[in-house]
Each structure stands twice: as structure tokens, then as C-alpha cells.
Design a protein. Structure first.
Ligand code: PMP
Ligand code: GLU
Length: 428
């Protein structure tokens, strides 16, 4: 065998063959490249909080910059206590400190969770871009459940039951994310009660990805853990509601019945990332503690996202683009099926081509529904409506009323981007 053969990519593990960088990160880097080449790009691709990390949390980081030791694998005890109290305050459920695991982002923890749990993975679609590639890297099969637009792309109890009843005893792990990335929709408490009943019937391990929970626009987030405490793992972190995606801090909270899974996951963590950055963990304690500053920050962030989400939705609706106002987070997931005939005339046969053309012609960067598990032929895309100066907006919201005028003043680029989408699709 020639030496070169040893360096050939046939030796690439099958599980990672053909995978690209995650779509969210790819669109961000591509948008930045276009901007550096002098092009105007409306960056609605990456889902990143526009708001600054609250000052009180930043101060926590400054105060702890000298913390340099490796911390316990599961995380700083004070932080795990703060998270346990946080969930108790919000949901009245006691997640034991020893069953909380901190990691460098919930993404890494979700990956290790999939690695450690041996069972069928159920993912409703559309859903976040990384769940499925993580399963592929590990070599797991996924059972997709396609949700319906008329149900706001949310899983129904009947759909879940249908999957489980074929083989009622099979171990299963379901990832439920609400408010949802990519749709912005969430579940009402009554709907969570019904889903919890099905999950309990089949003893499904339920990963409740509530990373956008504190960004429910009306501050009315409910957790399924209140209805199915024995089977719910809560996934969360600082990235979204605390504006700290780049800090990389996530947490999983396991119920007592799954403490063996928390322990197994921490073994995997000890052999991979060791422990999460010490200064970040110390600073994060403040974020999970009750502080009026945090409440006021969240109140303003939610108001801005609510009004902006509704405004953007209106612009799209008025042009015949199908969508409903989001409930939380900072995403919209419009459906352009009304324009199908026009698209076909322009050789736009799938959502990926639709997004490519939108970027090329109108300079608006978004992600196609196909990246979220929707059939490519369905003309959906994800808009991350965060291309505004979040610091300016959240500071202004201290004294100014958040209404349409406020949105026009502080989020003009986002509104222009919506109008550019409308202009593009109307002119086809
Ligand atoms: N879940 C969802 C639904 C997300 O959108 C993201 C993206 N940030 C994550 C999990 C992972 O977040 P992080 O790793 O920053 O905690
Ligand atoms: N979750 C964000 C998104 O969906 C970006 C970060 C990531 O994917 O890791 O755009």
C-alpha cells in the first residue's frame, strides 16, 4: 500500500462522512464572509440572543476571573444548588444537586446524553438542526415524527401514542423543545399535561429542551416536568435568556429515577471535557439566583421580542406569506407554499434553493426548513429575528414604552429585512 493511502479519507469514520459544519454556524460564517467582501447582508441565519449579558452576571465573571482550578466533573456545587433552587422556584419540583450536570453548552450535554442512553431517539420535526447529526455521529437511528402546520408544528399526544404503541416496552428518548427552535411556538400547560400522560404510559424518557423557556414572550412558560417529574430531564443554560451563547454553559437536571444516567453522563464528561470553565460557572450562579435586575432584564427582553416578532409576522402575512405570531424565543418559521407556482417557474424546487436565491438576490440570510427535518419540497425557512442592536434596545426599554414605534426606532434592519423578503417573493 502506498504511504498516501494511509492518509486517505477512506479512513474517515462512516458516522461523520458527508457531514458539514452545523447549518447555523455555517450560515453565520458565510454571511460574515459576504459582509467582508462588501455585500449587504441581513443576518437572520444564526440564532443568537441580541441582548448583552446582564451587568450583574458580567460582574460575577469579573469577580471570578482568577478562579483557575478544575472544578468537579458534574459542576460547581454552588451552581448546581442555584439551578436546583431555580427549578424548585419555578416548577415546585426538587431536582437533587447530585443529579444536575453542568457542561460547556447544553449542545455538548445533549450529545453525551444520546451517547449514554441506549434506546430509540424520537425527534419531532421541524426541530433544531443539531439533534439528528449528533445521533448520526454516535451511530444511532432516529425516529422522526413529522408534525403539522395546522398544529403549529407541535407534537400531538395522538402522534406520540401512535409511535409508542407498536412496541410499548421499547426504551425511548424523546426530545421536546419549547418554545421551539425553529418555529417560535410553544405548548400550553393543558397540552403538556396530555403529552405527559402518553410519555408516562410508555415510560418514555423525555428531554425537555427549555433553553428558550425564560424567553416565553408573555413570561408564561410551563415545564412538562411538573406533570411527568419522574421521566423528565430538563435541558437549559445561559445561551438564550442570559445572552451568553459564547460563554458556553449548559445544564441538564435529571430526576431521581434517572440518577444512573446522570452518573453515566458524568463519566463520559470526565473523559472528554473534564469540567466546565471555572470563572463562567462562578458567574452563572448569579444568573440562576433570584435578583430583581434579572427579572427586569427578562421583562424587557421579552417585550422587545414579543413586539418585534408580531411586527415581522404582520409584514409577512400582509404579503400572503403564511405564518402565525410566535410565542417565545426569536424565531419565525414561515411557509411560502402560496408562492409554489412562481418558485417552480424559477427552478426553485426546494427550500434550500429558495434560501440560496433569497440570499443571492435580496441579501437576506436564513436557513431552509430542510435543515430542521422538514421535507425539502415544503417551502419553509427559519428567520432568526435578531439583527438589531440588543444593548441599545434593552437600555431604551428602561424608560421607553415598547410598541411599534419603539420597534421601528430600535430594530429597523430587521423590519427592512422582512420587507426585502416580501419584495423578493412578490417580484418573482
Ligand atoms: N437547544 C436548542 C433548541 C438550541 O436552539 C440550541 C442552540 N443554542 C441549543 C439547544 C444548544 O445551546 P447551547 O449549547 O448554547 O446551550
Ligand atoms: N442554536 C442556535 C441556532 O439554532 C445557534 C447555536 C448552535 O446551533 O449551536 O441558530
Amino acid at each position: 500500500m502506498a504511504t498516501d493511502d494511509f492518509y486517505h479519507e477512506v479512513h474517515l469514520n462512516l458516522n461523520v462522512r458527508g457531514l458539514k459544519h452545523s447549518a447555523t454556524l455555517r450560515i453565520n460564517e458565510y454571511s460574515n464572509q459576504l459582509i467582508s467582501e462588501g455585500k449587504k447582508v441581513y443576518k437572520l441565519g444564526l440564532g443568537q440572543s441580541p441582548f448583552p449579558v446582564p451587568d450583574i452576571v458580567v460582574q460575577g465573571l469579573i469577580n471570578n476571573a482568577r478562579e483557575k482550578d478544575y472544578l468537579p466533573v458534574k459542576g460547581l456545587p454552588a451552581l448546581r444548588e442555584a439551578i436546583s433552587s431555580f427549578y424548585y422556584r419555578h416548577w415546585g419540583k426538587k431536582y437533587l444537586v447530585e443529579n444536575i450536570v453542568i457542561g460547556p453548552g447544553s449542545k455538548e450535554l445533549l450529545f453525551l446524553l444520546q451517547l449514554c442512553y441506549y434506546g430509540e431517539l424520537i425527534i419531532p420535526t421541524p426541530s433544531w438542526v443539531s439533534y439528528a447529526p449528533q445521533a448520526k455521529i454516535i451511530g444511532r437511528n432516529i425516529h422522526w415524527i413529522a408534525t403539522k402546520k395546522e398544529n403549529f408544528w407541535r407534537l400531538t399526544p395522538a402522534e406520540l401514542d401512535k409511535i409508542c404503541r407498536h412496541d410499548p416496552k421499547k426504551p425511548r428518548l424523546l426530545i421536546l423543545n419549547y418554545p421551539s427552535n425553529p418555529t417560535g411556538y410553544t405548548y400550553k400547560n393543558e397540552e403538556l399535561i396530555e403529552l405527559a400522560a402518553v410519555a408516562r404510559k410508555y415510560k418514555v424518557v423525555l428531554v425537555s429542551d427549555e433553553i428558550y423557556g425564560m424567553l416565553d414572550h408573555k413570561g408564561d412558560h410551563h415545564s412538562i416536568c411538573t406533570h411527568y417529574p419522574e421521566g423528565t430531564i430538563i435541558s437549559g443554560g445561559l445561551s438564550k435568556w442570559c445572552g451568553a451563547g459564547g460563554w458556553r454553559l449548559g445544564a441538564l437536571a435529571f430526576p431521581k429515577s434517572l440518577s444512573w444516567l446522570a452518573d453515566a453522563l458524568s463519566v463520559a464528561a470526565s473523559e472528554t471535557f473534564t469540567s466546565t470553565s471555572a470563572p463562567i460557572q462562578y458567574a452563572a450562579v448569579t444568573a440562576f439566583e433570584p435578583h430583581p435586575e434579572m427579572d427586569f432584564y427578562l421583562e424587557r427582553a421579552r417585550k422587545i421580542l414579543l413586539h418585534l416578532g408580531q411586527y415581522c409576522n404582520r409584514i409577512l402575512n400582509e404579503a400572503g406569506i403564511n405564518n402565525a405570531a410566535p410565542h417565545g424565543g426569536f424565531y419565525l418559521f414561515p411557509d411560502f407554499s402560496n408562492f409554489r407556482n412562481k418558485f417552480l417557474q424559477h427552478d426553485i424546487f426546494d427550500s434550500e434553493t429558495m434560501c440560496d436565491k433569497l440570499l443571492e438576490s435580496a441579501g437576506v440570510a436564513t436557513l431552509p426548513g430542510s435543515e430542521f427535518g422538514c421535507p425539502p419540497s415544503v417551502y419553509t425557512l427559519r428567520i432568526s429575528y435578531v439583527n438589531f442592536d440588543g444593548r441599545k434596545a434593552i437600555d431604551a426599554a428602561v424608560t421607553e414604552t415598547v410598541d411599534d414605534l419603539f420597534i421601528e426606532k430600535y430594530c429597523p434592519d430587521t423590519l427592512v429585512a422582512m420587507k426585502e423578503i416580501v419584495k423578493w417573493v412578490s417580484a418573482l
